[in-house]
Write a protein that binds this ligand. Structure first.
Ligand SMILES: NC(=O)c1ccc[n+]([C@@H]2O[C@H](COP(=O)([O-])OP(=O)(O)OC[C@H]3O[C@@H](n4cnc5c(N)ncnc54)[C@H](O)[C@@H]3O)[C@@H](O)[C@H]2O)c1
Length: 306
């Protein structure tokens, strides 16, 4: 049985009874906290975790979608390598996972630098576990870009991070998986920008388009080694990436008018990072045994309307 954060506990009647007995003496608010915490404790010790015994590297997991994925994977029993170029945020995610009884290690590094991929696959946690089972290529950056006037260096930075970072990490992880003779999963975090173009986003659009083709190419090449390669393509997600030039685009009147009120996003809201993380878990976990080379669009219907 699977228990989700916030669910009522029905799985373990003893735990439930203890919580209720204690909660009778407490305020309603404290009761809610107790149920929440007990669910977390239950998740981190349950025997039916989907990623039990697996080691997963998640790039850019100090924030947003990567962070939600690291926390979800850890709650499903994975040993998680939390990579980010921002040391403080990676360490905070690791501390949170460990506090709940999960296994995590921070590997600080910029995936645009060639040495980071090797550092990631040789991290202590990977070595101790005997290898790497899952790689989530999530780290990316977005900068608004004027194609004609802005510098070419900006193109290089975005492509080095958003595309070549994933290439380098996939190469290093696949080599380890093949060497260890263990089946693996690679999940690339793409975007609707891979197939829809937005003003002032040429470098980001091109990098994400390349990432989707990398998903297909590696799915074909790595299939003989039992390595499944897939992607998720989010639309708008409520993360710090929505801050462009200091403005949160999800909070602008234009966004509310077009995407919410006029339902340019048919579900009339941006996604929460956890909603993307659950699709990544599906692709990386045991429920997926026959999908490879596919990128699942998770955009609330944004790309099927006009
Ligand atoms: N937020 C959205 O609306 C949205 C939509 C579609 C796709 N995406 C994609 O989702 C993924 C995650 O984005 P997010 O919204 O969670 O963003 P975020 O800004 O919240 O998190 C990105 C994290 O990656 C890290 N990072 C950036 N460059 C890095 C590098 N070179 N090396 C290591 N770490 C690096 C950042 O420090 C940050 O912690 C990205 O691939 C992004 O393109 C996001």
């Amino acid at each position: 049985m699977n228990v989700r954060i916030g669910d009522r506990i029905t799985a373990d009647k003893n735990v439930c009874a203890t919580v209720r007995a204690t909660a009778d003496k407490l305020s309603a608010l404290l009761y809610a906290h107790l149920v929440f915490d007990t669910c977390l404790a239950f998740r981190y010790t349950a025997s039916n975790m989907r990623l039990r015994g697996k080691t997963a590297i998640i790039t850019g997991s100090g924030s947003g979608i990567g962070r939600a994925t690291a926390e979800l994977f850890a709650s499903e029993g994975a040993r998680v390598i939390v990579n980010d170029k921002n040391a403080a945020s990676a360490q905070e995610v690791v501390a949170g996972i460990r506090a709940r009884g999960g296994e995590a290690e921070a590997v600080i590094g910029d995936i645009a630098k060639p040495e980071t991929a090797e550092l990631l696959v040789s991290a202590t946690l990977v070595k101790n576990a005997g290898g790497i089972d899952i790689l989530v290529n999530n780290a990316a950056l977005f900068v608004s870009h004027d194609f004609v006037h802005d510098s070419f260096e900006q193109w290089q930075r975005v492509v080095e991070t958003n595309l070549f970072g994933a290439v380098r990490c996939s190469k290093a992880a696949a080599a380890r998986m093949i060497q260890a003779g263990r089946p693996g999963r690679i999940v690339n975090v793409s975007s609707v920008h891979a197939f829809l173009a937005e003003n002032r986003s040429s470098h980001y659009d091109v990098a994400k388009g390349g990432l989707d083709q990398l998903t297909r190419a590696l799915a074909v090449e790595l299939a003989p080694h039992d390595i499944l390669v897939n992607g998720v393509a989010p639309g708008f997600v409520d993360t710090p990436m929505s801050l462009v030039n200091g403005v949160n685009e999800l909070e602008t009147e234009t966004f509310r008018e077009i995407y919410i009120k006029r339902r340019r996003i048919p579900l009339a809201r941006p996604a929460q990072p956890e909603e993307i993380a659950r699709v990544i878990l599906f692709l990386a976990g045991p429920e997926n045994s026959y999908i490879t080379g596919e990128t699942i669009v998770v955009d609330g219907g944004l790309s099927v309307t006009f």
